[in-house]
Design a protein. Structure first.
Lengths: 109, 490
């Protein structure tokens, strides 16, 4: 994945799916992996690269929230402004992207 | 699948993640592991929701395999092999790791050397209570001829319930090898209170070989029992391995041949040997410490004064030798290094109690590991080529353990003085400041810095009244921009 300053980012299909999954509300690693159906050895390295290129950023959730739900804290990912722009470009490039990954609300319905 | 199996699989998964985390550059490692561990929890919840099955565990394991690829990608992308090694290089963990590896290596070698096993076994053995060596001359020397012993044995004894005799000779065996052979009266093991297999047949004497000889000459072959062996001009049958108690007896025989009194009287009646006696109740009452004064007829029939001495361990075994050498090394340590050369100027930023406790614990761990290495390596050197008890080996063990402990402890203390008081890394990048011959009144010496950016170390090249010892200077937050390593802030 190469991203030039000031030009439109060209994302791989995997990266585009990850951005779309995060945008759709799947915000931590396993949920993203489960949604896009790719193995962990592909998804996590791709997320590292997206974070390195500042298309996404990560944040640990508060321990108190995790304690309340009796699970370990999650590392949540969210799109940056550059990530949103790249996702828009990727949607134009891959028109079926939105239909491949429904939002969490759509899935619940 | 049982609950225990599920726990075992989970432990394996965690161990795999921990192993994969070692591939990740050090600054990112902790967070990387934390994230994968959290993700693993979700994966297990999802895959094992319908009960733990083999295929579900395989699925979880497949998820964990991805961690290795992720770790490799991170390492490749960050290109921080140098940073990783720099963070490990000189760290307290690395130091302890090397010392542990050295200790384990020395301990494994020590377990494999037969001489050490024999010596430890021998030092644990204690001769039967009440057995004394009767001596006419110097300590533990062969001093009583068989004819005198026979005369004593035929008389009624006041202090003894039984007497036994043996003498040692160097004799050639098959293959031209020389062994120390003990010709003992057949009451030897009864007096020692040891059960040995009865053997012997007409014309062939039973022989017991020492543990050392069994290992050395027969390569620990279990099939050696019952075989015939020619020693000198006679044939003997090996009936067993001599019990460990015999290792303590003077003469350190390789082969013990039990012979009837007539045979011993025929071969060398005037040759001096060793006589041991089992004290009777009245004999024990006469004991003065570990000796008893005895008056008995000598060669010419006149009564001579002798003494009976208990055969206590002479050295106390390898542990006692090591402890003595360690004590001497500790006493000698101040002569070769300054024990109190720690920082003197760290008042502006006193490390927390936890940090100081960690530092003290690190020093204690180093000293303990060095002592352990001293013990094992000393034994390894002493018994490298010795298969049984040897006074020379004990001497060598003492010398080796003393030297290793002395210089090892010195190294541990010197190393401690070159470690950052905060993160325990070794200070690096030495810079020479000033030249003593040019600026005698100005400061001159060497400056070193902690790679974590915690402190500067000033070591004067010429100790003066105003700067006699090394000093630490704490680096405040204005130095942060120079140090990218997050460990700086830990």
């Amino acid at each position: 994945m190469i991203r030039d300053m000031g030009t439109e980012a060209k994302l791989s299909h995997t990266a585009a799916m990850i951005l779309q999954a995060i945008h759709a509300g799947y915000r931590y690693g396993f949920s993203i992996m489960e949604t896009i159906g790719l193995p962990s050895g592909t998804v996590y390295p791709a997320m590292r690269r997206l974070e390195r290129d500042t298309l996404i950023r990560s944040k640990w959730e508060r321990q108190s929230i995790a304690d309340a739900e009796q699970r370990p804290p999650r590392k949540y990912y969210e799109l940056t402004a550059a990530g949103i722009a790249s996702l828009e470009a990727a949607r134009r490039r891959y028109p079926l992207l939105e239909r491949l990954i429904p939002t969490e609300e759509e899935r619940v319905r | 699948m049982t609950r225990t199996a599920g726990i075992a699989f989970h432990a394996l998964d965690l161990a795999f993640l921990r192993g994969a985390s070692l591939v990740v550059p050090f600054p990112l490692r902790a967070e990387w592991y934390r994230e994968w561990r959290a993700e693993l929890w979700h994966v297990r919840q999802s895959c094992l929701a319908e009960g733990g099955t083999w295929s579900a565990e395989c699925e979880v394991a497949g998820f964990c395999r991805g961690a290795l690829k992720d770790a490799a990608c991170l390492r490749q992308e960050k290109g921080e092999v140098a940073v990783a090694s720099a963070s490990m290089h000189g760290s307290a963990r690395q130091c302890l790791l090397y010392l542990c590896a050295l200790l384990i290596l020395c301990a494994i070698v020590a377990r494999l050397l037969p001489g050490i096993r024999t010596e430890e076994q021998s030092s644990r053995m204690v001769l039967r209570n009440g057995v004394v060596m009767i001596e006419a001359g110097e300590n533990h020397a062969a001093s009583i001829p068989f004819s005198v012993y026979r005369d004593w044995a035929s008389r009624r004894q006041r202090f003894f319930d039984g007497l036994t005799y043996y003498r040692t000779d160097r004799e050639l065996a098959e293959g031209g090898r020389a062994f120390t052979v003990a010709h003992a009266s057949d009451s030897l093991f009864r007096v020692l209170g040891v059960d040995v297999p009865a053997g012997g047949e007409p014309g062939i004497a039973p022989a017991l070989i020492s543990d050392g000889m069994w290992r050395r000459a027969f390569h620990s072959d279990g099939g050696v029992m019952g075989t015939m062996m020619r020693i000198g001009a006679r044939k003997v049958r090996i009936t067993g391995i001599a019990p460990a108690e015999t290792m303590r007896l003077p003469g350190h025989a390789d082969v013990w041949i039990l012979e009837p009194a007539e045979q011993l009287a025929r071969t060398a009646p005037q040759q001096s040997g060793y006589v041991m006696g089992l004290l009777s109740a009245s004999g024990r009452a006469e004991m003065d410490g570990d000796t008893i004064a005895i008056s008995a007829p000598g060669i010419d029939g006149e009564d001579v004064e002798m003494r009976g001495v208990t055969l206590e361990p002479q050295s106390g075994g390898p542990i006692a030798i090591f402890l003595f050498s360690l004590l001497l090394a500790v006493l000698a340590l101040p002569a070769i290094t300054s024990v109190f050369q720690s920082e003197s100027s760290f008042a502006s930023h006193q490390p927390s109690f936890r940090t100081r406790a960690k530092r003290a614990g690190f020093l204690a761990a180093k000293l303990a590991l060095v002592a352990g290495v001293g013990y094992c390596a000393g034994l390894d050197l002493a018994y490298w080529n010795v298969t049984g008890y040897s006074p020379n080996a004990e001497l060598l063990q003492f010398a080796a353990a003393f030297l290793i402990c002395l210089f090892g402890l010195r190294w541990a203390i010197m190393d401690q003085s070159r470690r950052c008081p905060v993160c325990l890394r070794r200070v690096t990048h030495p810079a020479q400041v000033g030249i003593a011959s040019c600026s005698f009144l100005g400061w001159n010496g060497t400056e070193m810095i902690c790679t974590g950016g915690h402190a500067l170390l000033h070591v004067p090249s010429l100790p003066t009244s105003w700067f006699s010892r090394q000093r630490w200077m704490y680096l405040d937050t204005s130095w942060d921009f120079l140090f990218a390593d997050p460990a700086r802030h830990s």
